[in-house]
Structure formats: structure tokens, C-alpha cells
Design a protein around this ligand. Sequence first.
Ligand code: ADE
Length: 231
Amino acid sequence: MQIHVVTAFPKLLSSPLGDSILKRAQERGLVQIHFHDIRAYTTDKHQQVDDYGFGGGPGMILKPEPIFRCLEDIYDRFQLDGTPVTLMTPAGQHYTQQKAIQLSLREKLVLLCGHYKGIDERVIKTWIQEEISIGDYILTGGELAAMVIIDSVVRLLPGAIGDIDSAETDSVQSGLLDHPHYTRPQNFRGMEVPAILLSGNHAEIARWRLQQALQRTRDRRPDLYEKYSKS
Ligand code: ADE
């Protein structure tokens, strides 16, 4: 998979990719992640990427010219024709595990990070096929949202995580929240691991886990529970 991130703040993104599963996935050649700095596509002395919005009001708007130039350049150099551009914005569709699975099946992703108050609408009209929000709160920009997308997509790529079953049994992917987990020691400061987990009875353990997952989902996320019960 190839992931292209178009941003005015590439430094915000590089360090999370240099560790753990995301680092290994790149080393194994499962994914190539490219950052494209829109500032490099400005032509003025001050390398200005934003400007005041027409009509007044607070906040700066990302200018269209450097973004157009950047996208035209990378579509040409990386042969991205046919690849949709995904805008990170609080005005987008809510991101879900289902969407992560869909994105993980694509060969190429282009993620455009909005910033400041927004982005010139002509960029959106010309380039954007989908808009994603990672939740109902406002980040300073789309960079951290793009990071969330990259993390959740890359871990789904075959070979990215050691245990093949691991992603399939994920919380939420199954439609339920996860059951509790325990590791050694068996007794930690007087807190015991539930006896059932030490029983070696796999059928009973599976039943206990399902029951815990159902109970947690009903208590914490009645919306998910309802969806699960209906499916
Ligand atoms: N940019 C700013 N806030 C955001 C959000 N919640 N999701 C995606 N992109 C954003």
C-alpha cells in the first residue's frame, strides 16, 4: 500500500511512524508512507499557505494554489490517477472500524489535512471525493486525524501484526467492546485473575469472554449493543 499525506505540517507526523507496528510495517515493505509539504509548492518569498477568508470573520484559510500544485505533482509522479483524495475535517463522515477495513483494501490512499479555519472550497470541489471526521471535537488540524487513519489501516494489512487472529478478534470489529484481559502475575497486590481463565476449559473461557463483552457493551455503549442484537 502507498499512503500519501498532504500537509502544511509534516513534522507533526513523522515521529509516530518511527515506532512499533507502523515502523515494522514500513520496514517489511507492507506500506510506503510519503509526506508532501504544501509549503514546498508555494512560489512567494514568505511561503504563505494560508490567507484571510473572503467575507470576513476570524481564522485563516488554506490557499488553493499550493494544494492544487502539490496534488497535480504527486498524481503525476506517483501515478495516482483514479485514487480518491480524502480530506480530514470535523465536517466529514464519522470514522469507524468498517471504514478502516474499506480503506485497508485500497492500494493507494491520499489524505489531505485541513488546518486553521478550513480550506478553500475550490480545493474541495475539484479534488475531494470523501471527507472523514474522527469525532465530534476540533483538532488544530487534520494531521493527528490522518495519523489515526494511518494507524488503524496499517495494522489491518496482512503481516502487519504478528498474530493473524489478532485484528479479527478486535474490540468493535466484532460489533462488541472487548472483554477484560489479564497477564502474569496471577496475584498482583492481592488482585486475583478470574479463576475461569486458569481452568484450561476453552469453551467455558470463550463463554465467559462473550458474556463479559456483552455486559460491557450494554453498559457502556447501548448504541453498539442495539446494533449487535439486531444483526
Ligand atoms: N480536523 C480538525 N478536527 C478534526 C476531526 N475531528 N476529524 C478530522 N479532521 C479534523
